[in-house]
Design a protein around this ligand. Structure first.
Ligand code: PLP
Length: 366
């Protein structure tokens, strides 16, 4: 139904742009969770490793196992951690969990003792996002306790920044101040972590002091930076196309689509494009979105349906069934992911995740 083209050269370009920004000494952990934000986790994992990434970041243990089944042997960090009962499985697949509860730390330590080895973990601290991580109140005690767990190797210490794409917000500085205090405390407990990391895309672009020894870019790798940075270009990686499955003249005064939310003001050619909300075409684009047919921007008319949507082809001459339709990307301003996100009242992340995946989407890498 929808054809998703993934431009690997653009992905490589974006990776190099990050590398240039952070410098040679800082490691880059590409975040490829959620099927690489809809771009295809397995294929992009291979690409990241070819680019020299020392470690890959996914959300869940299932994603980590999928990488292992795909013969990815590099270190893999589980950013969302694990449940206590998943500890054995995580270790069986050599996955490195982010740890943010003492129960999980103790369980990993217990298994490590049984196997007579040290288990690598990254301790995650909540410095102000109130999502995952040991709280500031418990951080001192946590570090003291973990330091005594002889079968854990605290390979990494991390936090996540909530507002790094917003240069006006004081939150990032505040979170980094707290994180630095955690790092001091870790040092007092004799921890020498190789990887200290806090920076997502926004922080990579805007807060050099957040880079530490490793950064975790996601959205910039896919070409949708949270803000512009002078002299640095990120290229969109995903292009989504479809085809017109029908073109016909609709008389004046007819309703288009469910509930007739669009009434033709005059006779006009209306095309039906394959790909609907079941395929990630957000219903908020009904009567608002724009796609490209024969190099022309054409408006979506009527409500987006499950399998497709209608477009007003008045401005296109000779459009016919079978013509290609650009929904997202392709170098047109009207179909940029930022534009889609704006119209759908969301963020580029959600658009990419939804449009790039799904059982009816055909993904091609080039
Ligand atoms: C822990 C963690 N690190 C890094 C990232 C990457 O963030 P971004 O896509 O904004 O670069 C994410 C994504 O949400 C995340 O959850």
């Amino acid at each position: 139904m929808l054809k998703v083209r993934i431009d690997l050269a653009a992905f490589r370009h974006n990776y190099h742009a990050v590398k240039t920004l952070v410098g040679e000494k800082v490691a880059v952990l590409p975040v490829i969770k959620a099927d690489a934000y809809g771009h295809g986790m397995l294929r992009l994992a291979e690409e990241c490793l070819k680019l020299g990434a020392p470690m890959l970041g996914v959300g869940t243990i299932e994603e980590g196992i999928a990488l292992r089944r795909h013969k990815v042997a590099s270190p893999v960090l589980l950013l969302d951690g694990i449940f206590t009962e998943q500890a054995e499985e995580a270790l069986k697949f050599h996955l490195t969990p982010a740890v943010f509860t003492l129960e999980v730390a103790k369980e990993l330590n217990r298994i490590g003792r049984k196997k007579n080895k040290k288990i690598a973990v990254h301790l995650k601290f909540d410095t102000g996002m109130s999502r995952l991580g040991f709280t500031m109140a418990e951080s001192k005690d946590t570090l003291a306790q973990v330091a005594k767990m002889k079968n854990l190797h605290v390979e990494g210490i991390m936090t996540h920044l909530a507002s790094s794409g917003d240069l006006q917000s004081p939150q990032t500085e505040h979170q980094l101040m707290r994180f630095n205090a955690v790092l001091e405390e870790a040092k007092r407990n004799g921890m020498k972590s190789v990887y200290v990391h806090s920076a997502n895309s926004g922080a990579i672009l805007n807060f050099k002091q957040s880079h530490f020894t490793m950064v975790r870019p996601g959205i910039v790798l896919y070409g949708a930076p949270p803000n512009e940075v002078k002299g640095v270009e990120f290229k969109p990686v995903m292009t989504v196309t479809s085809r017109l499955v029908s073109v016909k003249e609709v008389s004046q005064g007819e309703g288009v689509g469910y509930n007739a939310t669009y009434i033709t003001p005059r006779k006009k050619p209306v095309g039906v494009v394959m790909g609907g909300y079941a395929d990630g075409v957000n219903r908020l684009l009904s009567n608002r979105g724009t796609v490209i047919v024969r190099e022309r921007a054409v408006p979506i008319v009527g409500n987006v349906c499950m399998d497709g949507f209608m477009v007003d082809l008045s401005r296109v001459s000779g459009a016919k069934a079978g013509d290609e339709v650009v929904l997202l990307g392709g170098g047109y301003e009207e179909t940029s992911v930022e534009k889609w996100a704006d119209l759908a009242n969301t963020i580029p992340y959600e658009i990419l995740c939804h449009l790039g995946t799904g059982p009816r989407v055909q993904r091609v890498f080039k």
